[in-house]
Design a protein around this ligand. Structure first.
Ligand code: DGJ
Length: 539
């Protein structure tokens, strides 16, 4: 009897970790060509904000932050977990900051994305614990060309990987234990803005040895298998050197800074992949890496190099298959340009950071409507003094209501997003039997602000839910509908402004007369945010 109880005890003990994990774990799934993030088994759009770097290191500091986030209608907070604070003494872990984040996120009905500030943060290794920093023999750093060390752990060292990975695994085990059932944490970022400075690669002994070795077979085989699908940057480097399938880095990719960066990015990717594999084995959440975008015109080494940047996305894909997506941090102009680059090769757009500035409300509409974006998140989101007035909060209020429509209709290609500035040409789309033209509202000429030198960015989404029926959401746009058939014209049966409550449409104002220019257009004035339900007919 005793031994039977013992056996049952063992079985229960073995089952325990699994029992802690819910069957509806957050996960990425492919629907048609679209990747969706499922949270509680439903497609989820992260209407997020990333905390300033030091905010989550103090519960007291965070206390007044939560109501601010709530006022801006965030459904997700992106927050760092600091290696130096979770493992201040080697092997002794303290997750109390994570636990408090979890508690407060749940109280405020928000999800969490956790950022692992481990070996690397904005290229540097500033978040490594003192016991790592103080022992550079055991935890070696990168060396620049002249042999000078910098506070960046080298990826060419097992101790660095082991120490970082042990701590990361402990974090994932802890999340599983305290959150495996509730799934407050939905996705994890591995490291932060990995990047090499001040040269394009490190010159430590192990790195120099690896540089003269043949390009690893895993990378060669990825290149061969994906030859026709490679992005132009890597393909052309390989092509220029005759598509060689053996030889060292300079033989395969040519001599120069670009090859140094490719080499370095492979080893960063492989290191990060090991972390992601180990972390997922502990608790299988989706994982991503983020990049500090390079300034055009600068050479590798002059910008944080070798991170998951557009021109080396293929190397990251090859070296880090356990990393689910590569994410851009937006502090550069040309939003569309970078979004286009990051959505190549089926990489889903996930924006963990964008400068908290004017125009992000319009960009959020565009990102979700045009790119099947999974996440949008201004950086240092708590830094506002007037959360109730923030345009991004107002945009999130609208996006929250139409999220279910976006995720339902996007896989069928029935969602379009727009971003318009003063010089933008009208955007035209044809959907079903209608030709739709979207303009900046100020193009009307008589709109308040139209005579100003600077026009605010305007953005919106059109969701086609039936042949003659659309929902329009956004700010600062004017839309006309024409029949796609030459012998017909289009008219409005009705335009209603309203809201969704629990996915149920509640019409409020009937928009006619001046609001639709007596049946000529749909208009959402600048600085206003609304959803309008449009029914059309042709005659
Ligand atoms: C990008 C980094 O990822 C953030 O952690 C922060 O340092 C911001 N830059 C500051 O602009």
């Amino acid at each position: 009897m005793k031994s039977k109880l013992f056996t049952i005890g063992i079985i229960l003990f073995c089952l325990r970790p699994n029992a802690q994990v819910s069957s509806n774990m957050p996960r990425l799934v492919k629907t048609g060509n679209y990747v969706q993030l499922l949270v509680e088994n439903k497609p989820f759009l992260v209407l997020g904000g990333e905390l300033g770097n030091s905010s989550a290191s103090s519960n007291e500091y965070m206390r007044p932050v939560w109501p601010t986030l709530k006022q801006m209608n965030l459904n997700t907070v992106i927050a760092p977990v600091y290696w130096e604070l979770v493992e201040p003494i080697e092997g002794r872990f303290n997750f109390s900051l994570v636990d408090t984040l979890l508690r407060n996120a749940r109280l405020n009905k928000m999800k969490l994305v956790l950022l692992w500030f481990g070996a690397w943060k904005n290229s540097m290794s500033c978040y490594t614990p003192a016991w790592v920093k103080l022992n550079s023999t055991r935890f070696p750093r990168i060396l620049d060309k002249t042999g000078n060390p910098h506070e960046i752990l080298t990826p060419f060292n097992k101790n660095n990987l082991e120490a970082d990975s042990k701590a990361f695994v402990k974090l994932m085990e802890h999340i599983k234990q305290v959150d495996g059932k509730q799934n407050t944490v939905i996705i994890v970022q591995v490291e932060n803005e990995i990047g090499m400075l001040p040269d394009a690669r490190t010159y430590d002994e192990a790195a120099n040895a690896a540089f003269s070795q043949p390009v690893p077979a895993a990378l060669i085989s990825f290149l061969e298998k994906n030859k026709d699908r490679l992005l132009p940057e890597i393909k052309s480097a390989w092509e220029k050197n005759g598509y060689k399938t053996s030889g060292n880095w300079e033989t395969v990719f040519g001599k120069g800074l670009s090859t140094d960066e490719i080499f370095m990015s492979w080893y960063y990717a492989v290191f990060t992949n090991e972390l992601a594999v180990a972390g997922k084995a502990a608790y299988n959440l989706p994982m991503y890496v983020n990049a500090a975008l390079n300034r055009p015109g600068r050479k590798p080494g002059e910008y944080p190099s070798a991170g998951p940047l557009p021109h080396i996305m293929d190397i990251w894909k090859a070296g880090a298959p356990a990393v689910d997506l590569l994410a851009p941090d937006f502090y550069n102009p040309d939003f569309k340009h970078w979004c286009d680059l990051y959505t190549r090769g089926g990489n889903p757009l996930f924006i963990p950071e964008i400068r908290f500035e004017n125009g992000i409300d319009a960009k959020a509409f565009f990102a979700f409507g045009n790119y099947n974006c999974l996440a949008f998140s201004p950086f240092s989101i708590e830094s506002t003094e007037h959360p109730e007035k923030e345009p991004i909060g107002k945009a999130y209020n609208i996006l929250k209501q139409v999220s279910h429509l976006i995720t339902t209709y996007q896989p069928a290609g029935a969602v379009n997003g727009f971003l318009l500035e003063k010089d933008s040409l009208a955007k035209e789309i044809t959907t079903g039997s209608y030709r739709i033209t979207v303009n900046h509202e100020y193009k009307l000429g008589w709109a308040a602000g139209a005579k100003d030198d600077n026009w605010p960015l305007a953005g919106g989404i059109i969701i086609s839910v039936a042949p003659d029926e659309f929902y329009v959401a956004g700010t600062g746009i004017v839309i006309t509908f024409a029949s796609a058939m030459t012998n017909k014209k289009a008219g409005f049966i009705s335009i209603d402004e309203g809201k969704f409550e629990n996915q149920r449409w509640i019409p409020r104002r009937r928009m006619n007369g001046d609001q639709d220019h007596q049946g000529r257009h749909v208009r959402i004035p600048g600085k206003e945010y609304s959803i309008q339900h449009v029914k059309l007919y042709t005659y």
